[in-house]
Design a protein. Structure first.
Length: 75
């Protein structure tokens, strides 16, 4: 979701709550300026991997949302 900085100032609680389900890109004068992301108590790189990985879907919930799955070797 994209949100203007001026709108964020008026509805901070709304966008912080939204960040639980998706990244919120904050724009300033129409250009990306910052991003609100969900806070994980355990970083993605510390999460336990499945015993056998045969597809990208096996990594769902382990890799961060901003990784481009098409650049990964598993398909």
């Amino acid at each position: 979701m994209h949100v203007a900085l001026s709108d964020l100032k008026l509805n901070v609680d709304k966008y912080v709550a939204l960040a639980d389900t998706e990244d919120v890109l904050i724009t300033k004068y129409g250009k990306p300026a910052a991003k609100i992301i969900r806070y994980d108590k355990e970083p993605w790189y510390m999460k336990k991997l499945p015993e056998e990985i045969t597809s990208i879907e096996d990594l769902f919930g382990i890799l961060p949302n901003d990784i481009d799955r098409h650049l990964l070797p598993l398909h």
